[in-house]
Ligand binder design. Structure first.
Ligand code: GDD
Length: 316
């Protein structure tokens, strides 16, 4: 297995090696077409999974152009690297290459939804520069499949979480906040919109769906989610209760975390994935939240509280 790493002395490499000792690393950057062609030439992959992106929605308003370059045009560059290395001409369609491509699309493309739950036919109305860039990557992946016959597919993934989630995202911000309060390091947790609803699932289940998608005989896009939605307030309640705390004693709403445009409610209809991939999520919402709170309690207890600070902040 190979992983693409960008930048000089990328500090995440050490972390990656601790988690995945047997992964080989190759240099490359979604902003640099030549580096991606070189990476594909070197690795000669059977499958390419593009999960790389600027993925934190608030940052996409601050750095909208960079988000378009990385999260949107980055997909074009990966597809081009695969096309060129597969010997597929840009002017005609010679049939499918050997390399299978997975694009991480997102429920943020649905944005202001006109249908609930959302399935593969639901129209897109993205609400952030991030969502707009992801729509570009999604449609381009479809286009390369249709134009060149490439095995290129998108998984329209709803929010997927785990103890490895970055602390800027609400689930991990809450689980870390709960752990800090429980262990006496902090008293308050400041959050934004408590009324937004998301379909939260376990990341491990979603990675399994990605692999199943590339193992199909024919390429197709799939919506991946649990079909159950919860508000941020329900998430918070569940997390504090998992640690024996009452959230109203600790949570403060803070306008600094309110977004210029919000996605109010997302809920997946994963019928196609269930019927064609045989995919079902194994871990439900309550188990997921408890898993994250327990992991952060253990992490902070082992590090004397210091570990939590190294995960950064989501203020913007
Ligand atoms: N991050 C954050 N911080 N979100 C908060 C906060 C807060 O303090 N308070 C409330 N929220 C609300 C947000 O306004 C949003 O409605 C919801 O919590 C979820 O926010 P995030 O966890 O940041 O995730 P997201 O839904 O915006 O996007 C994530 O999921 C998408 C779908 O899978 C990201 O992982 C995207 O990259 C991904 O595409």
């Amino acid at each position: 297995m190979w992983g693409l790493v960008r930048g000089q002395a990328n500090p995440r490499v050490r972390h990656l090696r601790q988690l995945l000792g047997d992964v080989h690393l190759v240099r490359g950057d979604l902003l640099d077409q030549g580096s991606l062609i070189a990476a594909v030439e070197k690795v000669q992959p059977d499958e390419v999974y593009n999960l790389a992106a600027i993925s934190y929605v608030p940052m996409s308003w601050q750095q909208a152009e960079l988000t378009g370059e990385v999260t949107g045009l980055g997909v074009l560059r990966v597809l081009e690297a695969i096309r060129v290395c597969s010997g597929i001409s840009a002017s005609r369609s010679p049939g499918r290459g050997q390399i299978r491509f997975y694009q991480a699309s997102t429920s943020e493309m649905f944005g202001q939804v006109n249908q609930s739950p959302q399935n593969e036919q639901t129209s897109f109305h993205p609400r952030s520069p991030y969502g707009v860039a992801k729509v570009y990557g999604h449609l381009l992946t479809q286009n390369y499949r249709e134009s060149y016959g490439m095995f290129a597919v998108s998984g329209v993934m709803f929010n997927h979480e785990s103890p490895r989630r970055g602390a800027e995202f609400v689930t991990r911000k809450v689980s870390l906040g709960v752990a800090k309060i429980k262990l006496g390091y902090e008293r308050q947790l400041r959050l934004g919109n408590m009324h937004a609803s998301r379909d939260w699932g376990f990341a491990g289940d979603y990675v399994r769906a990605m692999q199943l998608m590339l193992a199909r005989d024919e390429p197709a896009d799939y919506v991946i989610g649990t079909g159950v939605t919860h508000t941020v307030e329900e998430l918070v309640d569940q997390a504090f209760r998992a640690a024996g705390l009452e959230w109203r004693d600790h949570v403060v709403t803070d306008a600094a975390f309110i977004r210029p445009a919000e996605v109010d409610r997302l809920c997946a209809d994963p019928t196609k994935a269930r019927e064609e991939l045989g995919w079902e999520p194994k871990i439900g919402f309550e188990e997921l939240v408890s898993m994250m709170v327990d992991a952060d309690l253990a992490l902070l207890a082992a590090s004397g509280g210091a570990e939590g600070d190294s995960f950064g902040t989501d203020s913007w």
